[in-house]
Design a protein around this ligand. Sequence first.
Ligand code: FES
Length: 256
Amino acid sequence: TDFGTPASKSEKLVTLTIDGQPVTVPEGTSIMRAAMEMGTKIPKLCATDMVDAFGSCRLCLVEIEGRPGTPASCTTPVAPGLNVKTQTPRLKQLRKGVMELYISDHPLDCLTCAANGDCELQDMAGAVGLREVRYGMDGANHFKADSPLALPKDESNPYFTYDPAKCIVCSRCVRACEEVQGTFALTIEGRGFDSRVSPGQHDAFLDSDCVSCGACVQACPTATLQEKSVIEIGQPEHSVVTTCAYCGVGCAFKAE
Ligand code: FES
């Protein structure tokens, strides 16, 4: 199970209420993780317990009694006595709107996509109940020559491909490269519609500082970074969690 954010190592405990149920967790735990640990799933795209919370996708919004707005639960730590709501009609509507925007800027080839059935974007669209997208897929972005949707796939790495058209710019791969592997091979360049993951100043992944550890592939919630073996032969029965070029054993690299 992915609890959304890394576990807190604090020995001090905090009790709060989530959706009417009291929950006690270590100080420093995110509201998202506290909710997930008690079995309440909060939709998320940019959070994973592999790396620190970033708060970019805005899908995990919650309401906290006495506080204005709808903070992201992945970046908001628990506090004693908080009364959190995760499933109000307002939150459901906000999440649906966010998902609608993501899907409006994403190729709709799920049935033939290598990640079909193992795609968090697909899962979250279902989780928020998205049935239709009001925004056309013919927005300006799709016709700009330098749009990520118009860029070719990078297939230079022998183990995985990078397809900019499927990137939701959650930056999980960039953070995994830094926090899990300790390499700084990836970055986000550009702004708004033009923002994209790139291998730094290099044109191709293979020319970058990438060591092919597979942390970015493991962290990617879509088919943007995809193992070549999965593309060729389909999803394995038992997933290997690394594409490390140095041993290929499938070691669990999750940092604790
Ligand atoms: Fe919290 Fe993306 S999961 S903002």
